[in-house]
Design a protein. Sequence first.
Length: 354
Amino acid sequence: MEISDLRTYQEVVEELKKKERTKHLLLGNGFSIAYDARIFSYNALSTYIENSDNRLLRTLFQSINTKNFEIVMQQLDLLSNIAKVFKAEDKFITEIAATSDKLKSSLIEAVETMHPEHVFKIPEEKSEACCSFIEDYLANNGYVFSSNYDLLLYWVLMRNSSKDSIDGFGRDIENPLGDKYVQDYELEYSELRWGKYRDKQSLFYLHGALMLFDSGIDVIKEEYDGNFLLKNIKDRIDKKEYPIFVTGGTADDKLRHIMHNQYLSFCYDKLSIITGSLVTYGFSFGDNDDHIIKAINRAAHHKRQGDPNTKLASVYIGVYSDNDIKHIENIESKFECKINMYNARTANVWSKNE
């Protein structure tokens, strides 16, 4: 089979419409690369550290055997506190602080390298086309899952005021008065906390995202408020608040990270019980993605009250080349539901051209 033999994205959408089947979307790094291949790349943050000129930083990641920024940052903070308690030499404490600062600055540098300056740098026509593509799922009772931790999807949906994208975050009243009324009394609201709208959630960041932070009690979303979102993220990191995102590592490493975070595990569990059909775009199903295949297979066997129609029936995988086709053919046996392929180049995610 060659790429020219595959159905188009439009044909997939029409087929699912005729079958009256709910469709869900899984986005991979190819979604961001399709916007700008010069900015986004696979495992960009991990690669940034691996190519760092800071030997101590590279050795640190290797010794802890992780590519999880959050874990390394927390370990450095803990080590610094322990060193101070035991009155370690000032040189040692200073070196820990310098390494921690270097890691934080490296993370910010990598993020800034990966992203347009802010949302309004995304051309209007590209932003609108992408939002229309996403909302075709959200507006029809479908879910959208993203394995990307960059800010691109967040920017697009925010810029276009997408009314159907519910990410589960909301504000709580911090100073309620019950039924009492006090003149000129002003309510105070919390930051955007995850959980308030989880029952209505339709947008899921499977591997976290750079605007999501774990406070230790709540998962907080950094809101774009007219200032630079990247600056707000940097300010949080400077306050020792670290983004939730799953970077490189094996599928088992990623799954362990997911299962130890309430937000990530909730998103993963949602993928595991979807019904209808799943369409993927820009998701490569590489060696480190077996945890995603595991969730898909759980959905393929999931039945509600014994009804065989309440499970995942099929997956439509977008491919870009003949080599992609061969790859999917080689791993097709890993899936426990029907697998179809379509030409991802016809999806026109960032363009309104047919």
